[in-house]
Design a protein around this ligand. Structure first.
Ligand code: ADP
Length: 319
């Protein structure tokens, strides 16, 4: 193998740049040529591809977003689209591809590997919604962004004696809510995996107020929905003024944390090593502190395990 490509696809996540940097630098260290594919699978179909060198990835380890840009590409879901991509890969002499993205991007990588191009997937999504790995790149940064927001919201909620529902991202996965709820000392954490009982949420608010608490934070995962209706209902039931803050896309940006930079650097380097070993259709994950690789299909078939013990702990610690 002489030339490899790298792309970022699907929703962006802080740390994707650190992963791109690690792929490019590890490849060059091993004597490979590296091509950067722009805007996900779109760039693979249109030939929006440029050679990268050591300085193309200088000064990006600390930057959020992705210098390769990202996109969703419907055409790549068709056989015709993937055949175009295959032709482009041949024209640019790309013999292996590293795909940084979520489960959709991995499906695309798998299909490409079936056409004879070795592919390796790196999990990049703030949602932490992939069942095969403990952590995805960007999750830790998103949790820290939520924590920063909680601190600020706490200040103003205390002044006014309010309760605040903070809606966080995660699609159908409650991990951002769970981790930020535990770390932020939230009164209630509402996630799609567990559902919730409105009376229990209200009881916790009233108990808190009765022992002199001046503020209350409820973390709501977006997958549960209806933040404003919930706020209204809580206010009516408890008599506590309740506001709603939907954090939105700030959770997708910002400088990656040390954890995400390190994870991305290790995963980027491993992806290149796997291609050099002749592996294909593998994804990289982390269990405990150890990286591993796994067949893409097998990885995608694993259900996400919700950490019930941690969820119960949020309840115990917020009595
Ligand atoms: P994520 O990777 O963050 O889960 P998406 O689900 O939007 O994001 O997927 C990103 C891109 O991956 C899609 O726009 C498409 O180009 C490609 N993709 C997703 N699913 C498939 C599939 N089943 N076959 C081929 N390509 C796919």
């Amino acid at each position: 193998m002489k030339t490899i490509g790298v792309l970022t696809s699907g929703g962006d996540a802080p740390g994707m740049n650190a992963a791109v940097r690690a792929v490019v630098r590890t490849a060059i260290y091993n004597g490979l040529k590296v091509m950067g594919v722009k805007q996900g699978y779109n760039g693979l179909i249109s030939g929006n591809i440029e050679e990268m060198n050591l300085s193309s990835v200088a000064d990006i380890i600390h930057r959020g977003g992705t210098i390769l840009r990202t996109a969703r590409c419907e055409e790549f879901k068709t056989e015709e689209g993937r055949k175009k991509a295959l032709t482009v890969l041949k024209v640019f002499g790309i013999e292996g591809l590293v795909v940084i993205g979520g489960d959709g991007s991995f499906q695309g990588a798998k299909k490409l590997s079936e056409l004879g191009i070795p592919t390796i997937g790196i999990p990049g999504t703030i949602d932490n919604d992939l069942g095969y790995t403990d952590y995805t790149i960007g999750f830790d940064t998103a949790v820290n962004t939520v924590l920063d927001a909680i601190s600020k919201i706490r200040d103003t909620s205390t002044s006014h004696g309010r309760a605040v529902i903070v809606e966080v991202m995660g699609r159908h996965c409650g991990d951002i809510a769970l981790y930020s709820g535990l770390a932020g000392g939230a009164e209630s954490v509402i996630v799609p995996e567990e559902g919730f009982n409105i009376d229990d949420v209200c009881k916790r608010l009233i108990q808190g107020r009765n022992r002199g608490k001046l503020h209350s934070i409820i973390i709501l995962a977006e997958g549960v929905g209806k933040a404003y209706e919930l706020g209204q209902e809580i206010q009516e039931k408890t008599g506590i003024e309740t506001r709603v803050t939907v954090l939105g896309h700030i959770q997708r940006g910002g400088s990656p944390t040390a954890f995400d930079r390190i994870l991305a650097s290790k995963m980027g380097a491993k992806a290149v090593e796997l291609l050099l070993e002749g592996k294909s259709a593998r994804v990289i994950g982390v269990k405990g502190n150890e990286l591993f690789d796994m067949d893409i299909d097998e990885a995608l078939s694993l259900e996400k395990d919700f950490d019930k013990g941690m969820y119960n702990l949020t309840k115990i610690l917020s009595i």
